[in-house]
Ligand binder design. Sequence first.
Ligand code: NAD
Length: 440
Amino acid sequence: MNHSTPEQPADVVARLRATFRTGRTKPVEWRTGQLRRLRAMLTENGAALAAALHTDLGKSSTEAYRTEIDFTVREIDHTLEHLDEWLRPESAPVPAHLGGDATAWTQYDPLGVVLVIAPWNYPAQLLLAPMVGALASGNAVVAKPSELAPATSAALAELIPAYLDTDAVAVVEGGIPETTALLAERFDHIFYTGNGAVGRIVMRAAAEHLTPVALELGGKSPVFVDRGTDLDVVADRLARGKFLNAGQTCVAPDYVLTDPETAAALETALVRAVDALFGADPQASPEYGRIVNERHFDRISALLDSGRVAVGGGSDRTDKYIAPTVLVDVDPKSPVMQEEIFGPILPVVTVPGLDAAIDFINDRDKPLALYVFSESDRTRGRIAAETSSGGLGYGLPLAHLTVSDLPFGGVGESGMGSYHGRYSIETFSHRKAVLAKPLG
Ligand code: NAD
């Protein structure tokens, strides 16, 4: 039976809670069984999911597999390989006043029923990768896909109940009213990915029930390009990272900080890099995505005249196409520098040098990611020590989040909590303290 559509949020949560109370989700066999079913769902329906992602975001099949389907499969495989080891109780030294025969340890308990709320930009990965951690930790899961990626949401709402245990996993589709109704319920954890305004709504609702939250938010992720770096390599990696999914990536390089001399040379290199990746007419390139909807198209288009266009600048509203664009001579006070761009525009802002770049970054919200192109250990070390960001990447944007053994998450305005690999177990479990003292 497909429970996903007609059931009220309160009934979904009550039903899942009843399942959790039976203890069914706790054995590691149930958890790994669900992960294997999720894996089968992805490998057997990759083409259907890729088609849905193309409908929603114009994602090429290559990109859909790389950043959503295969990405999630890798996360599942990594978890299956290490779960026993991650779940192992960890013993703790016992102080002398408890006597020599007492023992102490920590063990991971599932939290209960968790809610995962996903955004539209990687609508499959960002629903499923948190679910991997939630299921591996032995929880029941309510999954809320983004209504702004309707084809992917519909595909997931059909596939998930067909593969996973419907008594313990439910999909609730919908937008603000449905999410608001869900948030009125008591969950044992809420995992939200999206923007900070809604993050605040989620945290407020969670506070009513003292429910812990992870907020995976966004913001402007800066790039610092040092003097004397190989700008062809820098430009190629920047363009790949920035224009993936037409710039709609939470950890996309948002803007570049560099000195005026480097900026001039980088401009030429970026023009070449964009041409090499997407050709003279990126609109005709099957590898280049589209903006999710007209509202975001209008928002991003309004940022196109925030500087001198080095490459790109064009757009086509009927096709939701915005060209991969590099803006130079950008004033920090211009509109493009006021909010997360979340689209295919890369502004280059000049600063006198490293000190000014560090001040520029620290004058703003703590970013989700910070990227540094520099061969100097001193420069890299200073940025690491003197700034705060969710993640830090030297020489390669986006890649840190593909390392399953690294925690992925933000700090300050870019969010709280983290996941991936064993960090998902930390997020979706309670680490219980146990002390045992023999009666004898
Ligand atoms: P979105 O509009 O799809 O919203 C995310 C979720 O919130 C959806 O499921 C939606 O239904 C729900 N929602 C929206 N308004 C709501 C409301 N008023 N009350 C309750 N629920 C509501 O996605 P978005 O926020 O536009 O996503 C883009 C943002 O997400 C960017 O800021 C981006 O940087 C960030 N992001 C972060 C990560 C990360 O891992 N840290 C990943 C992707 C995106």
